[in-house]
Design a protein around this ligand. Structure first.
Ligand SMILES: Cc1ncc(COP(=O)(O)O)c(C=O)c1O
Length: 280
C-alpha cells in the first residue's frame, strides 16, 4: 500500500522453497540499479514463518540496500519466546544489514489499535530519512516524523500504559500462554483424522489444512461458522489460519471439540467451499 501511495514499484518474489520462506536468490535476481530496499518478514502473517533475515542482511550489505524487517507479528513476542527456550532465527538489529524494523503494539504488544512502532538502526538514519524539517515558515521550524503530522496521542498513551502495566514479566507470561495454547491446539488437531498443520510454524500463527483429498477444509470452516467461530480462511494453500493470543486459553477445549465435529460434518455433507469471505 505504501508503494502504491509513493509511486514505488514493488517486486514480489514467490516463496519457491517448500518452507514458505523468502527465496534470497530470487530476491537477488530482481534487484536492479533503481532498487532502494528489500523487505523480509519476522514472521510473515500467512504462514507464521521467519524469512532468512541473516541472508537478506548480507545481500543488503553486498548491494548497498536498505533492509526493512517486518516484525509486526513477532516484534513483541519473539524475544520472550526465545527466553522460554524455543529456537528462533535471528531477525533484529543484531543482524548486520538490518536498517529498520516495524513491530505492532496492537498485536503481541497487547495494546489497543492506533499506535505502532517503526524503529531505525541509528539516529543518523532517522535524521536522514525520517525527519521532515521545514525551516522556511514564519512561525518557526516545522519538524515531523510521521506521514500524518498532527495526530491524536490517546492511542500512544494507552499503548504506553499497557507496556507499563505488563512489564517484562507480563510479556513473558503472555508468551508462555500463547505457546502453551499452541501446543494444546497442535496436539488436539493431530488427533483429528484428515487434518494436518502446515510446517514449519515458528511462532504464534499456524495453518490447519486437509491431509485427505476427500475432506474440504473450506467446508470444515463453514461448519465451524455455524457454531459461531470466526474462522480465518487461508487462501493459498487452502486452510484455517489461526493467530493466537493469551486469551485463547479458555477456548482450546471447545475449539478442538467443535473442530472434530466440523470435520465429521464436512465429510458427511461432502460439500466443497471456496475461499469466500476470506478478505483480511
Ligand atoms: C506481517 C504484518 N505486517 C504489517 C502489518 C500491518 O499492516 P497495517 O498497514 O494494516 O498496519 C500486519 C497486520 O496488521 C502484519 O501482520
Amino acid at each position: 500500500r505504501a508503494g502504491h501511495a509513493l509511486g514505488i514499484d514493488v517486486r514480489r518474489v514467490p516463496t519457491t522453497r517448500n518452507d514458505f520462506k523468502a527465496d534470497v536468490g530470487a530476491i537477488s535476481s530482481k534487484i536492479d540499479d533503481n532498487t532502494i530496499g528489500i523487505v523480509g518478514s519476522a514472521p510473515c502473517y500467512p504462514f507464521g514463518v521467519f524469512d532468512p533475515i541473516r541472508e537478506l542482511g548480507a545481500l543488503a550489505q553486498a548491494r548497498g540496500l536498505w533492509l526493512h524487517v517486518d516484525a509486526c507479528v513477532g516484534g513483541f513476542l519473539s524475544p520472550y519466546v526465545k527466553r522460554l527456550g524455543h529456537a528462533l532465527p535471528d531477525w533484529d538489529f543484531s543482524v548486520p544489514g538490518v536498517s529498520s524494523i516495524s513491530a505492532d503494539l496492537h498485536k503481541h504488544g497487547m495494546a489497543a489499535k492506533g499506535a505502532s512502532l517503526m524503529m531505525l538502526r541509528s539516529k543518523e538514519l532517522k535524521e536522514k530519512y525520517q525527519t521532515f524539517d521545514f525551516k522556511e515558515w514564519e512561525r518557526g521550524p516545522y519538524v515531523a516524523w510521521t506521514m500524518q503530522g498532527t495526530r491524536p496521542g490517546g492511542a500512544v498513551a494507552a499503548a504506553w500504559a499497557t507496556l507499563q502495566h505488563l512489564g517484562d514479566e507480563g510479556y513473558l507470561r503472555c508468551a508462555r500462554m500463547i505457546m502453551d495454547n499452541k501446543k494444546g491446539l497442535l496436539e488436539g488437531i493431530a488427533r483429528i483424522p484428515g487434518l494436518a498443520v502446515l510446517e514449519p510454524s515458528e511462532l504464534s500463527i499456524f495453518v490447519t489444512r486437509s491431509a485427505d483429498p476427500g475432506l474440504d477444509i473450506g467446508a470444515v470452516s463453514d461448519a465451524m461458522g455455524t457454531k459461531g467461530w470466526l474462522i480465518g480462511r487461508q487462501v493459498e494453500p487452502p486452510g484455517i489460519h489461526m493467530h493466537l493470543n493469551p486469551s485463547h486459553e479458555r477456548m482450546v477445549g471447545d475449539y478442538l471439540a467443535d473442530l472434530g465435529w466440523a470435520v465429521g460434518e464436512a465429510r458427511r455433507s461432502g460439500l466443497r467451499s471456496g475461499p469466500a469471505g476470506s478478505t483480511y
